[in-house]
Design a protein around this ligand. Structure first.
Ligand SMILES: *Cc1c(COP(=O)(O)O)cnc(C)c1O
Length: 391
């Protein structure tokens, strides 16, 4: 099974067939499990075997299938599925630290990830933020006593690419654990573990679901970390993935690779078409040779991913006119969906960020983030170019 290729693992890894031999993975929509005897219950509470379950807050067969499948893809020994991407980030970080510990994180983070760092600071963890793309800043910030470092491998929304290998080398000198939020890289292009990351986190709400249906998250890491550090925290704080959502994610994984590659192809075509367009001041897409981290993106992911951001020359008014003129691409804030989605970060996802932080992160009034879906590429390009005329 370990020498299966990704597309085979995406479909067959982790399957637990019941006595009925069902083809599609079963949804074990149960929170509890019955024991044959009191002795069996006692034994299971002492040490549950690999096919034994106690309570869905701890584990469930459908959730376990999803965890084993994503671990097989990510190349980690184990994984723990959570109720949302934020539950995964929170669990991964909070389970690791205590008051007095030091955490270093890249500054360009999803708003809720920044909130979690503030929460850690409230409980006596010292947090240092750095420009994640500058290895010298990591070198200056990481020190003995740094318990973990945290970064988004490709930042949202500006698509900066962080050198995972470089950061891991710096962090590991001091024994710090590297936690990578890998949503924008997607499991298809992820080489985070090979590059040295200790813990890889996904919001499965994005590409893994792929149809905008369910919230979910997952933490992938060594068995020691998952079972000894993370699981106690997760099972007692309760952010378990529901079996129904795990089933949706399992079915999503079957087509993940095909979808992500098609979305990436569309993203590259759109980025090329927009670069140099008179209404567009700048295009940021790691797959373009003009991107400052293009070479790193190619080495680290082998592709630019499914999201393109660009800056409308006319600022916020032009951006709004453009969004309102789109007919196929939908105004929303998810990404990785089969439907193409456009977002205006400055007024939505990053609205509450102070003005100076927006400047620092490059979130300008004209910036829009486009998550490519699975529509016909010609139709998408016509929609985008037509709406640019209106802008
Ligand atoms: C969406 C997202 C999250 C949060 O995931 P949810 O499933 O919405 O909780 C965390 N990190 C990144 C990079 C994301 O894009």
């Amino acid at each position: 099974m370990t020498d299966w290729k990704t597309r085979t693992k995406l479909i067959h890894s982790g399957i637990r067939r019941s006595q009925y031999g069902e083809m599609s993975e079963a949804i074990f929509l149960t929170q509890g499990f019955a024991y044959d005897t009191a002795e069996q219950a006692e034994a299971r509470f002492i040490q549950a075997g690999p096919d034994e379950f106690i309570y869905a807050r701890y584990g469930n067969p459908t959730v376990r299938m999803f965890e084993e499948r994503i671990a097989a893809i990510e190349g980690t020994e184990d994984a723990f599925a959570t109720a949302s991407g934020m539950a995964a980030v929170n669990g991964a970080l909070t389970s690791l630290v205590k008051a007095g510990d030091h955490v270093v994180a890249a500054r360009a983070l999803f708003g809720s990830c920044l909130y979690i760092l503030d929460l850690l600071a409230r409980f006596g963890v010292e947090v240092t933020l750095v420009d994640g793309t500058d290895l010298d800043q990591w070198r200056a910030a990481v020190r003995p006593g740094t318990k973990c470092v945290f970064l988004e491998s490709v930042s949202n929304p500006t698509l900066e690419v962080i050198d995972i290998r470089g950061v891991c080398e710096i962090a590991h000198v001091h024994g710090a654990i590297v936690v990578v939020d890998n949503v924008f890289a997607t499991p298809t292009y992820s080489r985070a573990v090979e590059l040295g990351a200790d813990v890889v986190v996904y919001s499965t709400t994005k590409h893994i679901d792929g149809g905008g249906r369910c919230l979910g998250g997952v933490v992938c890491a060594s068995r020691d970390y998952i079972r000894k550090v993370l699981e106690p925290y997760m099972k007692h704080t309760g952010a378990a993935m529901s079996p129904f959502n795990a089933w949706v994610m399992l079915k999503g994984m079957e087509t993940l690779d095909l979808r992500v590659r098609a979305q990436t192809e569309a993203a590259l075509a759109v980025a090329k078409a927009l670069e140099g367009h008179p209404k567009v001041a700048a295009v940021s897409y790691p797959g373009l040779t003009s991107h400052p981290h293009h070479a790193l993106a190619m080495e680290q992911m082998g592709a630019g991913g499914t999201v393109v951001t660009f800056d409308l020359a006319g600022g916020k008014d032009a951006a709004f006119r453009f969004l309102n003129a789109l007919e196929i691409v939908t105004i929303s804030n998810n990404l990785g969906d089969a439907k193409s989605i456009i977002t205006h970060p400055a007024t939505t996802t990053h609205q509450r960020l102070p003005a100076d932080q927006k400047v620092l992160l490059g979130i300008t009034p004209g910036l829009v983030r486009l998550s490519l879906g699975l529509e016909d590429q010609g139709d998408l390009l016509a929609d985008l170019l037509g709406a640019l005329d209106a802008a």
